[in-house]
Design a protein around this ligand. Structure first.
Ligand SMILES: Cc1cc2nc3c(=O)[nH]c(=O)nc-3n(C[C@H](O)[C@H](O)[C@H](O)COP(=O)(O)O)c2cc1C
Length: 182
């Protein structure tokens, strides 16, 4: 089993996981086959869909890859803040003939079941977004032979990631394509 990320990489390139549909197994396989580390996005996806993605990726490449998970968010957005903001987008909705979508996001998306899946059938790398996993989670993945990465957007977050026992910190800029791990 790999001990460091460098053991996995032919080229020092990691494909960012992108929840919402673009991070297909085909994309991850292409990155893996080119010598980088391809990633599957586990966020906004059922555990069964994630399992199917992993199976599909394994059928496309035998190279190492990663799976990304979103931490559950304990604090739902405050409707008192969200509703006026959503109402303020009425002009944009009309101009583009579109709907607002769900401003509260998917909520709980099967985090525990996905973790159980990744512990029962380990993958080379698991990364986390929107929070720091419990140290026990990172230790269990380590025992399963999985390297763990956790996104940090500030130095304070990076220290929390290190203290929790992750293999490495994903040091993310404040812009982060609009997808900060903070
Ligand atoms: C459309 C989009 C979706 C993203 N989804 C995820 C995700 O599901 N998980 C994750 O860890 N990061 C996600 N990110 C953040 C990226 O992993 C990355 O940190 C960010 O894009 C900054 O890197 P860049 O400067 O190379 O784009 C997403 C970014 C974009 C643009």
């Amino acid at each position: 089993m790999p001990r460091t990320l460098a053991d996995l990489l032919v080229l020092p390139i990691v494909q960012a996981p992108m929840a919402g549909g673009v991070s297909t197994p085909e994309l991850a396989a292409a990155v893996c086959e080119a010598g980088g580390l391809g990633f599957l996005a586990g966020g906004y996806k059922t555990p069964d869909a994630l399992r199917a993605d992993i199976e599909r990726l394994r059928s496309l490449t035998s190279r190492p890859f990663g799976v990304n998970l979103f931490l559950p968010q304990p604090q739902p957005a405050d409707p008192a803040a969200v509703e006026p903001y959503a109402a303020g987008l009425a002009g944009e909705r009309a101009r583009y003939g579109t709907a607002t979508g769900d401003p509260y996001g998917p909520g709980e998306d099967g985090y525990d079941a996905k973790l159980a899946l990744l512990l029962a059938d380990p993958v080379p790398v698991v990364s986390f977004h929107f929070g720091v996993p419990e140290p026990e989670v990172l230790a269990a993945l380590r025992r399963a032979g999985t390297l763990t990465l956790v996104t940090a957007t500030t130095a304070e977050e990076a220290r929390a990631v290190e203290a929790a026992g992750a293999t490495a910190v994903i040091a993310q800029g404040v812009e982060a394509g609009g997808h900060q791990g903070t």
